[in-house]
Write a protein that binds this ligand. Structure first.
Ligand code: CO
Length: 219
């Protein structure tokens, strides 16, 4: 128990399984990584980027934090983004939120848990920006689902405003920013129709986020 032996045993089995299909898998991968995707998702243990997309090691560059936020002063996420776009030349940056996100629920309820409250002020900012749309939804669950969706929209906006994405577009590099949401209850991803490929499309994100409220208004 002290050394978590079961995890090492499972790791050996996992590596053996991959090598059974492709004996050179790890030796090839050790030479380089050429992922096409950068995933920015929630730290939630139920939202594992590789497994839910069916991607293998080497396929997807991953950054996860609580509530899948892109904060302009967060050197950690910006460094991941810069390396992925400038060095790895990923073609797609995906922000993936999820329904039932504890960080979003805590921010909506004004719960206090310590240091993380400050991080979640970024979610509070999302609510403040879309307060009239959010408050127009009567059902508590629907309101929370909508908040999870517009939080993704806001992070897509934040990504597109970074010097990293703007400079990439400016020099003609093809990189698309996508907004997705994942449902823990059925394991399925949904595209929120937030695929931004050039700077002129950024202004439209706000309207898309407002429109996402429509299916919830009569619930
Ligand atoms: Co979450």
């Amino acid at each position: 128990m002290k050394r978590l032996e079961h995890l090492f045993k499972q790791n050996q089995e996992w590596a053996e399984n991959i090598k059974a299909d492709n004996p050179d898998f790890f030796t090839n991968l050790a030479a380089q990584q050429t992922p096409e995707y950068l995933w920015i998702g929630c730290s939630d243990s139920r939202v594992p980027a590789n497994q839910l997309t069916g991607l293998l090691p080497g396929d997807i560059f991953v950054h996860r934090n609580v509530a899948n936020l892109v904060v302009h002063t967060d050197v950690n996420s910006l460094s991941v983004l810069q390396y992925a776009v400038d060095v790895l030349q990923v073609k797609h940056v995906i922000v993936c939120g999820h329904y039932g996100c504890g960080g979003i629920l805590a921010a909506m309820r004004g719960e206090t848990s310590g240091l993380i409250d400050n991080w979640l002020l970024n979610v509070q900012d999302v609510y403040d920006k879309y307060q009239s749309q959010v408050d127009a939804i009567e059902d508590d669950g629907a309101r929370a689902d909508y908040m999870c969706e517009i939080n993704v929209a806001e992070q897509v906006t934040n990504l597109c405003k970074t010097s990293i994405i703007r400079d990439a577009w400016g020099r003609g590099q093809q990189v698309a920013v996508h907004g997705w949401i994942y449902s823990i209850s059925d394991g399925l991803l949904r595209d929120l129709d937030l695929c931004i490929e050039k700077s002129t499309e950024v202004a439209g994100i706000h309207q898309t986020a407002c429109d996402l409220a429509k299916p919830y208004l009569n619930k």
